[in-house]
Design a binder for this molecule. Structure first.
Ligand SMILES: Nc1c(NC[C@H](O)[C@H](O)[C@H](O)CO)[nH]c(=O)[nH]c1=O
Ligand SMILES: CC(=O)[C@@H](O)COP(=O)(O)O
Length: 139
């Protein structure tokens, strides 16, 4: 059994609830322990994961959040920079699944957050589980 931390950017609560449901189900089905912490937005997720990884208390991480395009360039910054920073942490050997969905509108986000539809939360959890397996295989 491993210990996973879900770091959620709670910008759209109802969508996060679905993403977390999917992620938690996948992690628990694989026999892992799950904790959840909350940050304001997707830009804070990589930093929170870095802090938690430094603590040595967790084996893997799932980033959860929703970024929906608005009127300005800020979508590109929030979506792109959170993904880039999470990828950089992954390249440092931290097992992270990225479940921060980035969409043009809420309908697209609902389809991807719903565990009974595209289940992107569960998908991200499976990715984190696999990366942890590989880290242990290559250790
Ligand atoms: N617009 C969205 C944000 N914006 C907030 C940023 O993530 C960040 O919290 C703020 O800039 C303070 O540093 N965050 C999301 O997760 N989703 C959005 O749609
Ligand atoms: C993704 C965002 O930053 C977005 O929610 C903000 O909307 P806007 O670009 O209209 O300020």
């Amino acid at each position: 059994m491993a210990k996973f931390l879900i770091v959620e950017a709670r910008f759209y609560s109802h969508l996060n609830d679905m993403l977390i449901e999917g992620a938690r189900a996948a992690l628990q089905a694989a026999g892992h322990e799950v904790e959840v912490v909350t940050v304001p937005g997707a830009l804070e997720v990589p930093g929170a994961i870095a802090l938690a990884a430094e603590s040595g208390q967790y084996d893997g991480f799932v980033a959860i959040g929703v970024v929906i395009r608005g009127e300005t360039y800020h979508f590109e910054i929030v979506a792109g920079e959170s993904a880039r920073a999470i990828m950089a942490l992954t390249m440092d050997g931290i097992a992270i699944g990225n479940g921060i969905i980035t969409t043009e509108n809420e309908d697209q986000a609902i389809a991807r957050a719903d565990p009974k539809r595209k289940n992107k939360g569960g998908e991200a959890a499976q990715a984190a589980i696999r990366l942890l397996e590989l880290r242990e295989k290559f250790a």
